[in-house]
Write a protein that binds this ligand. Structure first.
Ligand SMILES: Nc1ncnc2c1ncn2[C@@H]1O[C@H](COP(=O)(O)OP(=O)(O)O)[C@@H](O)[C@H]1O
Ligand SMILES: C[C@@](O)(CCOP(=O)(O)OP(=O)(O)O)CC(=O)O
Length: 446
């Protein structure tokens, strides 16, 4: 019998906690985005148990990209994954490798997985929009590695949603909720291995759990895994996923009512690795001053989180007052007349930005370069914009704004030279991480 299921997982924007989140003593504020990665999986047991499991993965939006993986066992009875045409996609390969070794499945399967990605992840230039009554996706004429990315975390979304699809094949009567932790832990392992580095993992955590306050796991958990082809790999992986203490925090949050996130895509290509290494170098060479700067940024991050909580509370206990202060923001009345919790958000962001500006000057890492400062300052002056910052590692890639829901940024910035480099992405913050979707919503796109 062929079983078909579908899942999706969101993209991310790290609003507070960039760089600091690499150290587990600091917390970060991560927003999940409405741009999602989707996987539709069909699986069946093969009638001949001696045939190898075959897993086909298709990403039709990217010039019909597809990979065919044959699953075999090595001399230690661990699973090996080989793309039979020599095609590369480390994110898919590592995901299959870890899920199969974790479950140690004994039967043979035929598994087909289709990947779809929402438009926010990639530049839509030279693409064609196809749709059915439920969903719409952009189709590109190039393979996935050739289409410019916007930096919303396509690989983290891919790994998370693919892990979910595979886990659903190997657990009878699979439901998401009880298995979210296993999915998260497996996805972190595969994503780090495919990236060749252990980052903070905030992107995989947001893909799994949605908008969260995040504190990382210890990188040694993943770094200490033995070599892929070793006798120990499977057992150590199972132990790591099931019984090691990970210690990460993923506490669900949402932006206050009436406020929304707007992402502006400025430039292609992320420089995260280079930026992180420059900041680390600066940090280590400049102790204890660098610690003081981090402490000030962390105070700003915590004040940012607290002021958003205060706004959530105000919206609940005094909705009339709350609506009035948001209305004031829409008309950009004198800033001083705004409520103290709105001012607190702005003050917290200023504290974060000014200290990152300092690091930018001292370290040579362009976290908030001058062009981005100008763009942010111009954006913050617009009606309905509460605050803005460079998300994640910063750099020239993107800006993130918190605005009122009424704010029509497209209209306000239309034909304005100050904003000619920005494309406002059509997305919003989303509470949820992985969700189950209906497989019939992914057919007959025209
Ligand atoms: N829709 C997709 N289908 C197949 N692979 C994808 C898709 N989206 C992303 N990937 C994989 O993720 C890689 C991009 O990951 P990465 O460089 O980490 O970018 P991002 O910052 O968007 O996560 C691609 O080269 C590809 O291997
Ligand atoms: C510096 C960081 O704390 C944040 C980087 O955030 P981005 O959103 O810029 O990341 P990428 O999508 O991986 O390029 C590194 C980390 O947390 O791993």
């Amino acid at each position: 019998m062929v079983v078909k299921r579908a899942f999706s997982a969101p993209g991310k924007a790290l609003l507070a906690g960039g760089y600091l989140v690499l150290d587990s003593k600091y917390e970060a504020y991560v927003v999940a985005l409405s741009s999602r990665m989707h996987s539709v999986v069909s699986f069946e047991e093969t009638t001949d148990p001696n045939t190898s499991t075959m897993i086909n993965v298709k990403s039709v939006q990217f010039n019909n990209d597809q990979w065919a993986f044959k699953v075999d066992k090595n001399e230690h009875n661990n699973y090996t994954i080989k793309e039979i045409n020599g095609l590369q996609n480390p994110f898919i390969e590592k995901t299959l490798f870890n899920v199969l070794n974790y479950f140690g499945v004994n039967k043979s399967y035929k598994i087909s997985i289709e990947i779809f990605s929402d438009s926010g992840y990639h530049s839509q230039e030279k693409s064609v929009l196809k749709m059915n009554s439920y969903k719409q996706f952009h189709y590109h004429s190039e393979t996935v590695t050739k289409v410019p990315k916007t930096g919303l975390g396509s690989s983290a979304g891919l790994v998370t949603v693919l892990t979910t699809a595979l886990v659903s094949c190997f657990i009878e009567q699979f439901q998401l909720e009880p298995f979210l932790k296993i999915i998260h832990n497996l996805s972190q392992v595969s994503h780090c291995q495919a990236q060749g580095k252990v980052g903070s993992g905030f992107d995989v955590a947001a893909a799994t759990f949605g908008s969260i306050i995040y504190r990382r796991f210890q990188p040694e958990l993943i770094n200490d895994l033995p070599k892929y082809d070793s006798l120990e790999y499977k057992r150590k992986l199972q132990k790591l996923i099931d019984s090691k203490y990970w210690g990460y925090k993923s506490e669900n949050v949402k932006l206050p009512k009436g406020l929304r996130l707007i992402m502006g895509d400025v430039n292609n290509g992320s420089e995260t690795v280079k930026l992180v290494s420059r900041v680390k170098q600066w940090y280590n060479k400049n102790l204890p001053e660098s610690l003081e700067i981090y402490t000030k940024i962390n105070e700003g991050n915590m004040a940012f989180i607290k002021s958003l909580e205060d706004l959530n509370e105000l919206a609940a206990i005094n909705p009339d007052k709350y609506d009035k202060i948001l209305a004031a923001l829409d008309n950009k009345e004198a800033i001083t007349s705004l409520d103290s919790s709105l001012l607190s958000v702005q003050k917290a962001v200023n504290q974060i930005r000014s200290n990152f500006k300092y690091i930018t000057k001292k370290s040579g890492a362009d976290i908030e370069p001058d062009v981005q400062t100008t763009l942010l300052d111009n954006s913050i002056a617009l009606n309905g914009v509460l605050t803005g910052l460079v998300p994640g590692a910063g750099g020239y890639d993107a800006i993130a704004l918190i605005t009122t829901e009424k704010c029509d940024i497209q209209e306000e910035t239309k034909n304005n030279k100050k904003f000619e480099r920005v494309s406002w992405l059509d997305l919003h913050q989303e509470d949820y991480g992985i969700v189950e979707e209906c497989p019939t919503h992914y057919i007959n796109f025209n």
